[in-house]
Write a protein that binds this ligand. Structure first.
Ligand SMILES: Nc1ncnc2c1ncn2[C@@H]1O[C@H](COP(=O)(O)OP(=O)(O)OP(=O)(O)O)[C@@H](O)[C@H]1O
Ligand SMILES: [Mg+2]
Length: 701
């Protein structure tokens, strides 16, 4: 835009103006003093390369303008006066052969016979040959912007003294013309200013921002159209708009007066909130102020550019809110990640994430231990490398498995201790939205240690059952040894009772002896039952055993209004067990249940197949038998004692050996026996037995 202005400034000067105004007073003066009667002024016409008549004194302008003398006519004395810069004497122009016929005709019409032709020229001298004009006579240069000739005539004739008197005039005219030129120049300049002002108007109104100039009192001096929209209202405008404009003026003036406007450089970053006079909305403006001085009048002021940032600010606010939301989401993610990290860090299981090309993406410290040894010994790193290689080929094998989650076992070596690790690996594929595998997460579990624990436990069970068996054998052999003499005693007592049956005095002693010996033989029977030879072990159908035991006691239970309800799993596998011993266990439990229900009730016997849930039987095939009653239940404080030998709450009636023996039998089968009871509600005994029989057998198998 500056370019346009520059060009505008440098535009060619305006065409020469009619110098009549300047020349006329001069001519009048001259004609009066030198007593000339008529005059015609011819001016150099660049276009036509000729002297053209311009105006006359004592000659009508119309006639004057008929005159046209081409500069090419070098012999013409009028042309010569211009070329030579010296006034020429023409005694009678109407007859002068050097002058062309049409010109002479016009001169005759104008009554211009005797003539002095005086040159008129502006001042600037230009070296010849640099700027030759079209049509200009060779050797003659149009100098400056003004050139012409004045023809002065008197009817009484002209003389050489007239020529001499005109030399100073020519100079005077020249000066006058120079003066005239200055005036024209000024006029040109103000014209240029007007043009420049026009461009400036377009410039300040062309910008999208409101621009305004305020004086030192913060009063508005100048504003562009956008500023006018905000700050100017006329009486024709609505009251609302006038109020808004008033408000804006007030707000802006107030803002200006709070700002330090003295800073010599433009200041940005200031804001003012104004009202849209048309919509009534709030508008936020960023204001850039620049101090300005009008040197012409010595006034100080401020140029303010008001940039409408309402939308930007709203977008900015929206962005800030978005960023805040993003930040809090990021924070949440970070917390979540930290939490996950913490979990992974503290999980004892090694966890490895690999990409589809088996490159490790991440590992937890437990996995680091296996694949990135902390100690840098070559041995440890060698072991870690070997682990890595084994794991990679293991994963490659797993990939062939179509399942999403895969399991397998792998043997690794602990780089720190050189211990052999039996790892069970669960590998899960992570897929992207299109179903492509992007990662595989492998979680390892050292099952070697689990297996070791299990082995130790089995050893303990075996040891316990050996001990139990030894105790049992001892008890059984004692029982066996006592049984024969006891039978003899019972026989003798039987005979004595027969003999002294009528003697009321002796009879009670015999009865006591008979009852106690019966009791002794019951104890012995229990003990003997405990030790039935292990060779009796065989494939046993527990369901059949349950039915059989129930049948044996059915009559007795019916008399006491106790019912048996069996819930038998038809899919129950046969188990390796001693049928006789388990039958004894079932009988003990059924009788105990019946004893706990003096007013009758229901006994439920249920069997069920399935992997043992008990830690002792973990992972092995097992069966479960439950015996539930609806009896009195067992108080909590007694629960711990019921499996002890000779513990009984049935004085004179129970031996207290039933549960002790039963538990011994179950344990010798590698099983468990537990009780759950609630006073007033009933008791449940749960027996779990391994399908494979006692561990010694399982191992043998
Ligand atoms: N189903 C049951 N309901 C309530 N109490 C029971 C039940 N089973 C056992 N008991 C309690 O446990 C005690 C011990 O039972 P255990 O079978 O060992 O001996 P007993 O039944 O008293 O005598 P024995 O069985 O030699 O006749 C019982 O005296 C009884 O107090
Ligand atoms: Mg009992």
């Amino acid at each position: 835009m500056a370019d346009v202005l520059e060009r505008q400034k440098r535009r060619p000067a305006a065409p020469p103006r009619d110098p009549r105004e300047t020349l006329e007073p001069l001519l009048d003066e001259l004609m009066r003093t030198l007593r000339f009667e008529r005059a015609v002024v011819l001016l150099y016409d660049d276009e036509r390369a000729a002297l053209a008549g311009s105006f006359g004194t004592g000659v009508s302008d119309a006639i004057a303008r008929e005159l046209l003398i081409p500069l090419a006519l070098v012999d013409d004395p009028i042309v010569a006066s211009l070329r030579g810069g010296v006034p020429q004497l023409i005694r009678d122009a109407t007859l002068d052969e050097r002058i062309s016929a049409p010109v002479r005709e016009t001169l005759t019409k104008a009554k211009l016979g005797p003539i002095v032709a005086a040159p008129l020229r502006s001042t600037t001298e230009r070296p010849a040959g640099q700027d030759g004009k079209r049509g200009a006579a060779p050797g003659w240069e149009h100098r400056g912007e003004w050139a012409g000739v004045v023809l002065l005539s008197r009817a009484s004739g002209v003389t050489q003294s007239d020529v001499d008197a005109l030399v100073p005039f020519a100079r005077q005219a020249e000066e006058a013309i120079t003066l005239q030129r200055d005036v024209d120049l000024l006029r040109d300049t103000s014209e240029a200013f007007a043009i420049e002002k026009e461009w400036l108007w377009w410039m300040v109104n062309g910008v999208g921002d409101a621009v305004l100039v305020t004086d030192s009192n913060n009063d508005m001096v100048l504003q562009n159209r956008r500023a006018e929209l905000l700050f100017r209202a006329s009486d024709e405008d609505s009251a609302g708009k006038r109020r808004a404009v008033w408000m804006n003026n007030f707000l802006f003036t107030a803002a200006l007066s709070t700002w330090n406007l003295e800073r010599t450089v433009a200041t940005t970053g200031r804001e003012v909130t104004l009202v849209d006079p048309i919509e009534g909305d709030e508008l936020i403006y960023e204001v850039i102020t620049t101090p300005a001085t009008n040197y012409r009048v010595g006034m100080r002021g401020t140029v303010s550019v008001l940039k409408n940032v309402t939308d930007i600010r709203h977008i900015g606010e929206e962005l800030a809110r978005g960023r805040e939301r993003l930040q809090s989401a990021e924070e949440e993610i970070r917390i979540e990640r930290d939490r996950l990290d913490l979990v992974l860090r503290n999980v004892p299981n090694p966890i490895i994430v690999v990409d589809n090309d088996n490159h490790i993406l991440s590992m937890n410290p437990a996995a680091d231990r296996l694949f990135k040894p902390a100690s840098a010994t070559s041995r440890a790193s060698h072991t870690a490398l070997a682990n890595d290689a084994r794991f990679t080929s293991f994963l490659a094998g797993l990939r062939l498995d179509p399942a999403l989650s895969k399991r397998g076992e792998i043997a690794l070596t602990d780089p720190r201790t050189d211990d052999r690790l039996e790892m069970e690996v669960s590998a899960t594929e992570i897929r992207d939205s299109r179903g492509a595998v992007i990662a595989i997460v492998s979680v390892m579990q050292d099952i070697g240690r689990l297996r070791e624990l299990e082995r130790r436990r089995l050893e303990q069970v075996l040891f316990d059952s050996e001990k139990l068996a030894a105790t049992g054998r001892l008890a059984a052999s004692i029982a066996h040894e006592i049984n024969n003499p006891l039978e003899a005693v019972q026989n003798a007592l039987y005979l004595l009772q027969k003999e002294f049956g009528g003697d009321a005095a002796k009879r009670p002693y015999l009865d006591i002896a008979a009852r106690e010996t019966q009791r002794m033989s019951r104890i012995l029977r229990q003990m003997l039952g405990f030790y039935r030879q292990q060779e009796a072990m065989g494939a046993t159908d527990l369901n059949a055993l349950v039915e059989e035991a129930g049948g044996l006691v059915a009559k007795r239970l019916r008399e006491r209004s106790v019912q048996i309800a069996n819930q038998l799993d038809p899919g129950l596998p046969r188990i390796r067990a001693s049928a006789d011993q388990l039958k004894q266990v079932l009988l003990n439990l059924l009788l105990n249940a019946a004893d706990s229900m003096p007013r009758g009730g229901t006994i439920t016997v249920a069997t069920q197949a399935g992997a043992g849930a008990e830690t002792e039987l973990f992972g092995r095939d097992a069966v479960q038998i439950q015996v539930r009653d609806t009896g009195d239940g067992i108080p909590d404080e007694l629960l711990g004692q019921i499996f002890e030998p000779f513990f009984s709450t049935k004085p004179g009636k129970g031996t207290g050996l039933g549960l002790w023996v039963s538990q011994g039998i179950v344990q010798s089968h590698g099983g468990t026996m537990r009780v759950r009871s609630r006073v007033g509600r009933g008791t449940t005994f749960m027996i779990t037995l391994p399908v494979q029989g006692p561990p010694s057998d399982a191992r043998a198998a």
